[in-house]
Ligand binder design. Structure first.
Ligand code: DWN
Length: 392
């Protein structure tokens, strides 16, 4: 793997700090990103053991945003209409945002974060609170295979891709389909969204890389849909190679050509990206510096895992941002890792109290702008770093 980006020493993105622990030394790791010239995979260089990140205290809940709830609901509708699956497995079922759209008898969740698995178990959805691997696949589908396996924003978090796909191959029926959804590398590079890289995001996939990984397991992408979620994602529809029911659609070639045209197969593209990231850092820091000189009241909006990368990389701390607003109960009252900015319970923005808000959850810009239309009308502004740092 050839390194192209150094995002410095970073704390674990989702380890929000309790007030009592503010003085404790945080564990940090070197966040570097590299490109594999052989299979085109882009991944972080140093990884953190999964147990340190996905345990009984995972803070992120997919249902927290309207955008994600709607996206899962719409997809579930399509799945029922076009594929009529009898047995579905979701890998990384989180708080059940996708599962809940299906009949309890037809769907099984896999969620290693026990605090989240509890939520779907409570609602009587069969959920295995374990890491996805071949042993678990054998346990779930020993007697009956799944005709649909779905996984969103999860496989990019699992280091051992071979193990994942071996297990998927075991559990998927002969004519079954696998739907994967993850942030698109092309969108990430085009938008200079370097904050998609942090401890949990071991990979940011491109279609060209995923195709190479799948080949080894006789799995084949037959359709790709671009979605707007998480700053631009790809939904990959995958089948076993000998399954002739589904024809490979033009969308696959089209996406691959887009990626090749942009140069996702070339190291020079990533070097260019890296220099844009360094420019972005300078610009963002200068914006915060200017706002501080003007004595404006600056807060953060959406204490995301992504914000952790940005704030620590750009050295923007509590001296620039008073506090963050977030709707997630687990995060409220805690502090952002590294930057140690306090997270407060979300309140609608009020221009009398806040001049400008840093969009930590820039991927939900539309949803947030709708919610904060009165703040915007009364002259309130936002800072975004995507695709280039500016005040909007
Ligand atoms: O892959 C991952 C993605 C899917 O979710 C994980 N590794 C962790 C997590 O990443 P993130 O924290 O960067 O995700 P989001 O979805 O950008 O987080 C949004 C945050 O903003 C949540 O904490 C909820 C909050 N929020 C809010 O306070 N008000 C969100 C919206 C839309 C709002 O209106």
């Amino acid at each position: 793997m050839k390194k192209f980006l150094n995002l410095g020493s970073q704390p674990l993105a989702n380890s929000y700090i309790k007030k009592n622990n503010l003085k404790n030394k945080e564990k940090k790791f070197k966040l570097e990103v590299g490109f594999n010239k052989k299979n085109y995979l882009v991944s972080i260089v140093n990884t953190v053991p999964k147990e340190k990140m996905f345990n009984n205290e995972y803070p992120y809940k997919s249902s927290e945003s309207k955008t994600m709830r709607k996206s899962f609901k719409d997809l579930a509708k399509k799945i029922k209409k076009y594929y009529k699956p009898k047995f579905i497995i979701e890998i990384g079922s989180n708080d059940g945002a996708f599962l809940k759209n299906f009949n309890k008898k037809k769907v099984v969740g896999v969620e290693p974060c026990k605090n989240l698995a509890k939520l779907t178990i409570k609602k009587k959805y069969k959920t295995y609170s374990e890491y996805w691997n071949l042993n678990l696949a054998k346990k779930i589908t020993n007697s009956k295979k799944a005709d649909l396996i779905y996984s969103a924003n999860t496989l990019s978090h699992i280091k051992k891709l071979d193990e994942i796909f071996r297990a998927i191959n075991y559990s998927l029926s002969r004519n079954g389909i696998l739907i994967l959804e993850d942030p698109s590398l092309l969108s990430c590079i085009k938008n200079v969204a370097y904050d998609q890289f942090y401890c949990e995001h071991i990979y940011v996939f491109s279609a060209i890389a995923l195709k190479n990984v799948l080949k080894k397991f006789n799995l084949e992408i037959f359709d790709i849909q671009n979605t707007k979620t998480h700053g631009g994602s790809n939904r990959y529809f995958i089948k076993k190679k000998f399954n002739k029911i589904y024809k490979v659609k033009k969308s696959v070639r089209k996406e691959i050509n887009r990626e090749l045209k942009f140069g996702l197969n070339k190291f020079s593209t990533y070097k260019k990206f890296s220099s844009k990231v360094r420019e972005s850092k300078k610009k963002l820091f200068n914006i915060f510096l200017k706002l501080k000189k003007e004595k404006l009241k600056v807060i953060g909006y959406g204490a995301t895992a992504k914000s952790c990368t940005v704030l620590n990389y750009c050295q923007v701390g509590a001296n620039f941002i008073d506090y963050f607003y977030d709707t997630t109960s687990y995060k409220i009252g805690r502090y952002l890792p590294g930057s140690k900015i306090k997270i407060k319970k979300y309140k609608k923005l009020n221009k009398k109290k806040v001049d400008i808000a840093f969009l930590g959850a820039w991927n939900f810009k539309e949803e947030i702008f709708k919610k904060e239309k009165n703040f915007i009308k009364s002259g309130g502004k936002f800072i975004t770093h995507i695709p280039t740092p500016k005040i909007i």
